[in-house]
Design a protein around this ligand. Structure first.
Ligand code: ATP
Ligand code: MG
Length: 662
C-alpha cells in the first residue's frame, strides 16, 4: 500500500498522529475512538515513507493477542517486520539473547503462576494455608509489591499507605514474600516481575548490551498506556535513555489494573516528562452505535475524583442508529444464563457470526454457569484466557523438542531449510505426518495439535521472514505463558479485565449486581471508581447489541437479596422501563435440557471425554468458519422445510469440499 493510502482511512486528528512520525506524541482519547488504529497507521506510514526502518520500531501492547493483531494489521497495510510485543515478551527476548554472553549457565525457568511457590513459602514460614483464594491473594500482594518496587521489608508500610487490605495479616504477607524470593532464587526460578527487573539490571550493568539494545530499537510506541505499572515504566525509560521518540496512547477512563500497581499518572503526566510532546485528543467514536455511546457516556459521566473531572473524554457517535441497550432482571442465576444463551442462539440464527458475540462477567467463577447454558442451547463458545492448548502432553513434548533443537543450534544444522521446514522436521520426529491419520481418537487429536504448531511457524515466517528457530521457541514460550492458543470459533466468554481493546457486534454483560460490579471488596472510593471504569470498558466493547443483566437471587425460588449494580441507577433505557424483562421460568427450564453436551459443529451428543473437552466430534472440522455456519444454517432451513428431522449432520471431507466450492 502507498504511504498516502495509509492516511486515507483516518480522520484529521488520527492523521495528525500518523503524520507525527517522530515522538514524543501522546494520544488521550476515549474508547473506540481509533487510538489503536491511529498508532497502527502511524507505524505503517513512518515505515512506508522511509522515516523509520521497521526493524527499529518496538511497539508494546497489552496482550500477546493484541501484539499479533497489530502485526497482522501492519502486514495488511504493507508494512511487515515491526516488533510488536508485550513488555514481558520483549524483556524475555532480550534476556534470552544476552543470557549466554553476559551471565552464562542455565537461564532461570520462568514461572507463569506464583501460587505453588507462595504455598511452599507459606509452609516454610509455618503458615498452613490451603485455601486457594487466600494463596492467590498473597500472590497478588507479592505481585503488587514487586511492580511498585517495594521490598519485603518495606511491604507493611507501603501496603498500609496504599490502603491494601489483604485477607492475610500484612506482617505474614511480608514474611511469605521474603521467603518466596529466597526459594525462588534457590530454585533458579524467575517470575514475570523478575523478568522485567532482571532485564533492567542487565541493561544497567552491561553498557555494551545497553548500547546494542538502544541501537536496535529507536522508535517506541505503547498502546493502553493508562495501565502501565512502575516496573514497566522503568524498563521503557531504560530502553529510551535520553531519547524521546515515544508515542503513547491511552484512555484514563479505562484504567482497570490499579489494584495490580498500574497507574494512569504516566499518561496524565506525559507532558511533564516530555515538555514538547504533541498531544492529540480523539473524540469520534467509530465503534459503537449512538445508543451504546450514549450509555457509555452516562456510565463514565458519573465518575468521581479529580482525574475524572479533568479528563472528561465524552464520545461523539459516528455510526448509524442501532437497537437500544436492553436491561434484563431475572429471578435467579439459572434463568439469567439460560436467557442469555437463547439470545445468543437467536443472534446466530439471524446471521451474526458466533465470534462476533461476547458474554462478559466480573469474575472467572461466573463462567461455569454460562458455559453450561450455552452447551445446553447448542451454542459454540471459547473461554478467553483459559485455553489449555499448551498443557496438552503432545504440545509440551513438542515444545521441549523444539527448544532442544534451538539450543543445539538446529537452525545451523538444518541450514537452508528455513523456519517452516525446520519446525516441520522437528515435529515429524514427534509424530507429525503430511496427512492426518484416519478416523478419530487420540492419534488424530495429537496430529491436530502438532499441525497447529506447524501452522504457527508458518504464520511467524510470513510475519518475520528472518525469524529462526530460537525466535519461534521464544514465541511459543510467550504464548504458553499467556495461554494464547490458536483460537477456535465461538461466542467469547471473558472476564471484563480480559477485554481491553477488543470489540464485538453483540455484548452481554451478565451478573451486574451490587457486590459483583462493584465487587464487594471494593471499599475505598478509588476502588469503587475502578469498578465503574470496568463497567465502562464492558459497555464500550459493543458495536451494536448490548444486553445488561442481573439476577435477584442465586437459586430458583430463593430469597431475593440482591440489588442491581448501583452504577446502573437512572441510566437511559433503565429508567422508564416499566417492568424489566422477566424470564418465563418454565421456558428457561425447557431450554435446560439434560444429557450430554452437543457437538458445536454438527449437534451430535458428545459422549467421549476428549470430545467434550474439544466441544466437538473428533471428525468434525476444528475451524468453524463463516462458510460452514452459513451452510449449516442453510441446511437446517432446508431440512425444516422438508419436514425431515435428522438429528445431526456430519461434515465429511466431500461436504466440506462442496461448501468450499460454493
Ligand atoms: P479502545 O479504547 O477500546 O482500545 P481504540 O480507541 O483503540 O479503542 P480502535 O480499536 O482503534 O479504538 O477503533 C475502534 C473501531 O473503530 C475499530 O473497528 C476501528 O477499525 C474503527 N475505526 C477507528 N477509526 C476509524 C476511522 N477513521 N474510520 C473508520 N473506522 C474507524
Ligand atoms: Mg485500542
Amino acid at each position: 500500500m502507498e504511504a498516502e493510502a495509509v492516511l486515507a482511512g483516518l480522520d484529521p486528528e488520527q492523521r495528525a498522529v500518523a503524520e507525527a512520525t517522530r515522538g514524543p506524541v501522546c494520544v488521550l482519547a476515549g474508547a473506540g475512538t481509533g487510538k489503536t488504529r491511529a498508532i497502527t497507521h502511524r507505524i505503517a506510514y513512518a515505515t512506508l515513507t522511509g522515516v523509520v526502518a521497521p526493524q527499529r520500531v518496538l511497539a508494546v501492547t497489552f496482550t500477546t493477542r493484541a501484539a499479533g493483531e497489530l502485526r497482522s494489521r501492519l502486514r495488511a497495510l504493507g508494512a511487515p517486520g515491526v516488533q510488536a510485543r508485550t513488555f514481558h515478551a520483549a524483556a524475555l527476548r532480550q534476556l534470552s539473547y544476552f543470557w549466554p554472553k553476559v551471565v552464562g549457565g542455565d537461564p532461570p525457568k520462568i514461572i507463569e503462576s506464583k501460587i505453588g511457590l507462595v504455598r511452599d513459602a507459606a509452609r516454610e514460614c509455618g503458615i498452613r494455608e490451603s485455601d486457594p483464594a487466600r494463596l492467590r491473594d498473597m500472590a497478588s500482594e507479592i505481585e503488587w509489591a514487586k511492580v511498585t518496587q517495594h521490598r519485603p521489608e518495606d511491604y507493611v508500610d507501603a501496603a498500609s499507605r496504599a490502603g491494601r487490605k489483604p485477607s492475610t495479616d500484612v506482617v505474614e504477607v511480608a514474611r511469605v514474600y521474603a521467603e518466596y524470593d529466597r526459594l525462588r532464587r534457590e530454585r533458579n526460578l524467575l517470575d514475570f516481575e523478575g523478568m522485567l527487573e532482571l532485564t533492567v539490571a542487565v541493561l544497567h550493568d552491561e553498557p555494551q548490551v545497553l548500547r546494542q539494545v538502544r541501537e536496535q530499537y529507536r522508535h517506541f510506541v505503547v498502546d493502553e498506556f493508562q495501565d502501565v505499572n512502575p516496573l514497566q515504566k522503568m524498563l521503557l525509560d531504560t530502553w529510551l535513555g535520553d531519547r524521546d521518540d515515544l508515542c503513547v496512547v491511552g484512555d484514563p477512563n479505562q484504567t482497570i489494573y490499579s489494584f495490580t500497581g498500574a497507574t494512569s499518572s504516566y499518561l496524565l503526566d506525559f507532558t511533564k516528562q516530555y515538555k514538547d510532546a504533541k498531544v492529540v485528543r480523539l473524540v469520534r467514536d467509530y465503534r459503537s452505535t449512538p445508543q451504546v455511546v450514549q450509555l457509555a457516556n452516562e456510565v463514565i459521566g458519573r465518575a468521581r475524583g479529580d482525574a475524572a473531572k479533568r479528563h472528561k473524554l465524552e464520545l461523539v457517535a459516528q455510526r448509524e442508529d442501532g437497537p437500544a441497550p436492553v436491561f434484563s432482571e431475572y429471578g435467579d442465576d439459572a434463568s439469567e444464563v439460560a436467557d442469555i444463551a437463547q439470545r445468543c442462539r437467536k443472534l446466530i440464527d439471524e446471521g451474526v457470526p458466533a465470534r462476533e458475540i461476547a458474554v462478559l462477567f466480573r469474575i472467572n467463577a461466573q463462567s461455569a454457569r454460562i458455559e453450561e447454558a450455552l452447551s445446553d442451547a447448542g451454542v459454540p463458545y471459547v473461554v478467553r484466557g483459559a485455553e489449555r492448548f499448551f498443557e496438552r502432553p503432545e504440545v509440551r513434548e513438542a515444545v521441549v523438542r523444539l527448544r532442544g533443537a534451538a539450543r543445539a543450534g538446529g537452525d545451523a544444522e538444518l541450514d537452508g531449510l528455513g523456519l517452516i521446514q525446520t519446525v516441520r522436521h522437528v515435529l515429524m520426529g514427534a509424530g507429525l505426518t503430511d496427512a492426518p491419520p484416519d478416523g478419530a481418537g487420540a492419534a488424530r487429536s495429537r496430529w491436530e495439535s502438532l499441525a497447529a504448531l506447524a501452522q504457527l511457524a508458518e504464520d511467524m515466517a510470513v510475519d518475520n521472514p528472518s525469524a529462526g528457530l530460537p525466535d519461534f521457541v521464544a514465541e511459543l514460550e510467550e504464548r504458553a505463558a499467556a495461554q494464547h492458543a490458536p483460537t477456535l470459533e465461538g461466542v467469547t466468554l471473558a472476564s471484563l479485565h480480559a477485554t481491553k481493546g477488543l470489540e464485538w457486534d453483540a455484548v452481554f454483560l451478565m451478573g451486574l449486581t451490587d457486590g459483583m460490579v462493584p465487587i464487594k471488596y471494593a471499599e475505598t472510593a478509588e476502588q469503587v471508581e475502578e469498578e465503574r471504569r470496568l463497567l465502562y470498558v464492558g459497555v464500550t466493547r459493543a458495536r451494536a447489541h448490548l444486553h445488561l443483566s442481573w439476577a435477584l437471587s442465586r437459586d430458583p425460588g430463593g430469597e431475593r437479596y440482591r440489588q442491581p449494580s448501583r452504577f446502573l441507577d437512572g441510566l437511559t433505557g433503565k429508567t422508564g422501563t416499566p417492568t424489566p424483562a422477566r424470564v418465563d421460568r418454565a421456558a428457561s427450564r425447557r431450554t435446560r435440557r439434560s444429557g450430554p453436551q452437543p457437538c458445536r459443529v454438527c449437534g451430535r451428543p458428545l459422549t467421549a471425554a476428549i470430545e467434550q473437552k474439544l466441544g466437538r466430534c473428533q471428525d468434525c472440522p476444528a475451524e468453524l468458519n463463516e462458510d460452514i455456519l452459513v451452510a449449516l444454517k442453510d441446511w437446517r432451513a432446508r431440512t425444516a422445510a422438508d419436514r425431515r428431522e435428522p438429528a445431526f449432520v456430519i461434515f465429511t471431507d466431500s461436504t466440506l469440499q462442496a461448501i468450499a466450492e460454493r
